[in-house]
Design a protein. Structure first.
Length: 164
């Protein structure tokens, strides 16, 4: 767990150094468990500039160190789908932008992909506004959706598997 925190903080530092107005996607090589890894701000910026502009949400995988995945997401001011992850929580750090996170409630018209559910929206739920520098934690089993996005939002996301 200590290694995970060190890696997450390194990613956060790299992400904060990135200019959020020009970025895109490349998949990094598998993380080597025998040494520290770096995904530079320049690599992240280059990867983010390649993200498709025609999708409401897209992401760049920064590190994969099983069972953890660290990504940087870009969410555009378009309607976003809703998600629910049955076996993992999701931690976000807001690199840039602001919007509202709708959590709880019930997914509308859910579809399943393994242990994840998705749908076009959420009925009910609680709205929580967020902005640059905020952390957001969505426990496993909780529906969540980004809403009220006025300008692009950039987030670092980390999936945290439930304890066994």
């Amino acid at each position: 767990m200590r290694k995970f925190v060190v890696v997450a903080m390194a990613v956060l530092s790299i992400s904060l150094a990135t200019d959020s107005s020009a970025q895109t996607a490349q998949t990094p090589a598998p993380t080597d468990r025998t040494k520290a890894s770096v995904f530079s701000a320049a690599d992240l910026a280059a990867a983010l500039t390649k993200l498709p502009a025609d999708r409401p949400a897209s992401s760049v995988r920064v590190f994969s160190l099983a069972p953890y995945n660290v990504s940087v997401e870009r969410r555009l001011p378009r309607p976003q789908g809703a998600s629910l992850h049955e076996t993992q929580a999701e931690l976000f750090y807001v690199i840039d932008g602001s919007a509202t996170l709708l959590t709880g409630g019930t997914l509308t018209s859910p579809t399943r992909a393994g242990t994840n559910l998705s749908g076009p929206g959420i009925e009910g739920g609680t709205r929580q506004t967020f902005s640059k520098g905020d952390f957001l934690l969505v426990p496993s089993g909780i529906a969540h959706q980004f809403v009220d996005i006025q300008t692009p939002v950039q987030l670092m996301s980390i999936y945290l598997p439930n304890a066994q």
